[in-house]
Design a protein around this ligand. Structure first.
Ligand code: CTP
Length: 439
């Protein structure tokens, strides 16, 4: 009996896939189809896959062409599979010519002509693209955001609202809409991404939501709880989406860390300590406004926003302008405590430590670009290290999530709850209102 194996994602199963499977089957007597797991796809940069593994497996099964279906979960698995299943022939479409020649040491390798004119990517972007307008004055960041969007199916950046476009990359300068009029960009887009100054967020978001446009905005979305609540109510009323943009929330490592904590791996959490510092932006010293939301994310995700009390401690450069060199916020909960330390005028190790009754989780600097963490115990032999791929600092994953939330209302893709957004805005409000211990 001749055993043939082939691999693929098989997202939104199409005619090209079926023809590939038919011809693969004809190469032998028994066909094994390896379907990539959701995680493995993410690791290899396929971030737009629409269907979860179970659906993709069911679709391939329904073709009746596979004698056996297996899941491909890790780099290098093909060699293992070929040996384990006694495979005689490996086959894949011609888009991979040469890529799998190394398997010739183990079995025959056949590249089958790819069917022209159809692909999963094409099917995914067949739905109308979300036209996204950019709003803001930070060229370095927005240029990067623009580049990251190239990895995302279904979102097209169609314009920018900014005071001086000459500071941006050529591609942004050549967008269809280049304007300094916010109404203009709102009118011509389905959604806006806001990266303006913090004190403009509320006004910018409100305008977009009033025009029934979806909004992705850097955190904090507003500078008071009341305004934040008002914006979320407006979004609900107008049937659109307001999503808080904190990239860390979209890293796989962060999502897994939260699950480990919730499953009791380190016992009861007694403390969360998050530090974020950077001295890159010397002209700015808005430590809490720039970093506070990011640092509060794990605190609120793990311990909730229902703390008993908090103390904000700041050393100011210019108190009147809310320019803080360093700010620390200590939270007291019923059975836990948390502390965030943020600075643009002081330097520290940017780590995250979550302390539990059985052990702790340590995330090294810069923890907000999380791709790795360790779970540590008294007995070091029990320690475990966890690695995950993080591309583009999480921006591309955040954009994929925003597109799914905005277009299909798949709300579970939004990783930042309204409660967390409100909690963040509440702390900012107290800081700006002067509820601060000055050092
Ligand atoms: N395939 C094919 N003809 C097509 C599309 C895919 O022969 N028009 C083959 C691929 O070469 C591969 C298998 O089908 O051997 C699974 O491919 P997959 O990557 O899942 O499908 P694509 O449509 O290429 O997906 P994407 O657009 O996401 O790359």
């Amino acid at each position: 009996m001749k055993t043939v194996i082939t691999y693929g994602t098989f997202d939104l199963l199409h005619y090209g896939h079926i023809r590939l499977l038919e011809r693969a089957k004809e190469l032998g007597d028994y066909l094994i189809v390896g379907i990539t797991s959701d995680d493995f796809d993410k690791i290899r940069g396929k971030i737009n896959v629409q269907q979860p593994l179970a659906e993709r497996v069911a679709a391939v099964k329904a073709t009746g062409l596979a004698d056996q279906i297996i899941v491909e979960e890790y780099e290098g698995q093909k060699i293992d599979d070929i040996q384990r299943y006694g495979v005689d022939c490996f086959t894949v479409g011609s888009d991979w010519v040469g890529k799998f020649d190394y398997l010739k040491d183990y079995c025959d390798v056949v590249y089958l002509d790819r069917t022209k004119g159809v692909s999963s990517s094409q099917l995914r972007s067949k739905d109308r693209k979300l036209k996204l307008g950019l709003v803001g004055e930070t060229p370095v960041f927005l240029n990067k955001f623009y580049e990251e969007n190239k990895y995302v199916n279904g979102v097209e950046i169609n314009g920018i609202c900014t005071e001086d476009v000459s500071k941006f990359c050529d591609e942004i300068q050549k967008l269809d809409i280049v304007t300094n009029d916010l109404d203009d960009i709102i009118k011509n887009s389905d959604a806006v991404y806001i990266k303006s100054e913090h004190d403009l967020h509320y006004e910018h978001i409100k305008k977009a939501l009033e025009a029934k446009k979806n909004v992705l905005c850097e955190s904090p979305v507003a500078l008071s709880k009341k305004q934040c609540e008002e914006l979320f109510d407006l979004a609900d009323k107008n049937g659109c989406v307001l999503m808080d943009a904190i990239r860390t929330a979209y890293s796989t490592a962060y999502a897994r860390l939260l699950l480990l904590v919730k499953s009791g791996k380190i016992g009861d959490v007694v403390s969360v300590e998050a530090t974020c510092t950077s001295m890159k932006y010397l002209k700015r010293t808005k430590s809490l406004l720039d970093w506070g939301a990011n640092a509060m994310l794990p605190v609120f995700d793990i311990l909730g926003t229902n703390y008993k009390s908090k103390t904000i401690i700041s050393r100011f450069k210019d108190k009147g302008n809310h320019e803080d060199y360093y700010t620390q916020v200590d939270f007291i909960y019923d059975k836990a405590t948390a502390s965030i330390k943020v600075a643009e005028g002081a330097k520290s190790e940017g780590s995250l430590v979550i302390i539990g009754t059985k052990g702790y989780i340590y995330v090294p600097a810069p923890w907000w670009k999380m791709d790795y963490f360790e779970v540590r115990y008294e007995d070091q032999e029990e320690n475990k290290r966890y690695f995950y791929q993080l591309d583009g600092e999480g921006i591309r994953y955040e954009l994929v999530a925003f597109a799914r939330v905005a277009q299909n209302k798949e709300m579970d893709y939004n990783r930042i709850s309204k409660d967390v957004s409100l909690g963040i805005c509440g702390v900012m409000e107290d800081f700006l209102g002067g509820e601060v211990v000055e050092i």
